[in-house]
Design a protein around this ligand. Structure first.
Ligand SMILES: Nc1ncnc2c1ncn2[C@@H]1O[C@H](COP(=O)(O)OP(=O)(O)OP(=O)(O)O)[C@@H](O)[C@H]1O
Ligand SMILES: [Mg+2]
Length: 264
């Protein structure tokens, strides 16, 4: 199950001691149900702010954010989230950490069903056999795998990922991209991924939105027409190289640096 996400002329400013800080500027975006949208843009431009609005943690000053055609009025259990820092609870083992949302959200599942669901996901991400370990006994990549399981264990219709692979080394990150592909195939949520890694956006997304510098506008939406079953090797294929070049130039424009050649 998945829900479409839409932003209609969304504008937002934070109130700071120095006055209003405009962060999002008339942002209109459509993310169809089951789609995977990556958002890239200069640091501090407003990407995490977008995730807070979609998650219902904040309301925009102007415009409307909708999930499944209904305005977002507050946090909902149909949304799952994962961040750069996995924040697992040290006093719970990995299985208990993954089960946590099922104890909070009413799912009608009994304890065995909750445990089976958590075990199923842990097996899917390669953590079978680690259920009884404490978070500190796992590597950073393994902790992030567990965190991803926890973010989708309650079958959210929307998954928001704010740089979940940002702190990992390059090889672990690529492993996690593959895991993300598998999770998406198995679960079919609508996904928004914030990232600074253009290869990550090309490997994982259907569409990559490039944000301008703050206040963020959707400067360009690039369709990542690489098919659903792309592999890491496909990142070296001519089309991927072309898409990466387009995205790199857009980022340079967003940062106010003139690209070497005119944007494609
Ligand atoms: N609660 C807040 N109050 C005031 N200003 C804020 C608040 N949260 C964020 N900001 C400011 O709003 C701007 C956008 O922040 P945001 O976290 O959305 O950026 P970002 O694109 O996610 O950045 P990064 O790539 O570094 O994670 C930044 O200038 C930030 O300092
Ligand atoms: Mg951020």
């Amino acid at each position: 199950m998945s829900l479409p996400i839409s932003l209609d002329h969304v504008t937002h400013a934070y109130r700071t001691q120095a006055g209003p800080l405009p962060v999002l500027d008339d942002l209109t975006l459509d993310m169809p149900e089951g789609s995977f949208t990556a958002v890239v843009g200069p640091s501090g431009c407003g990407k995490s702010t977008l995730t807070r609005l979609v998650a219902g943690l904040m309301k925009p000053d102007q415009g409307v954010v909708k999930l499944g055609g209904k305005p977002v009025t507050g946090p909902r259990s149909t949304v799952g989230m994962a961040f750069q820092n996995p924040v697992l609870l040290e006093w719970r083992n990995i299985l208990q950490n993954v089960m946590l949302p099922l104890e909070i959200v009413s799912t009608g599942m009994n304890k065995t069903q909750r445990e089976d669901r958590a075990r199923e996901l842990l097996a899917l991400v390669g953590l079978e056999g680690f259920e009884d370990k404490r978070p500190s006994e796992l590597s950073g990549g393994m902790r992030q795998r567990a965190s991803l399981c926890r973010s989708i264990v309650h079958r959210p219709e929307v998954l928001i990922l704010d740089e979940p692979f940002g702190a990992l080394d390059a090889f672990t990150r690529e492993d996690l991209w593959q895991t993300m592909h598998e999770l998406r195939r198995a679960e079919r949520f609508t996904c928004v991924l914030i990232t600074h890694d253009l290869r990550e956006s090309v490997f994982l997304s259907d569409h990559t939105v490039v944000f301008s510098a703050r206040p963020a506008r959707a400067q360009r939406v690039v369709e990542i027409d690489m098919g659903e079953n792309r592999t890491l090797d496909d990142l070296y294929a001519p089309r991927a190289v072309e898409l990466l070049a387009i995205l790199r130039k857009e980022i340079q424009i967003a940062q106010g640096r003139e690209p070497a050649e005119a944007a494609l």
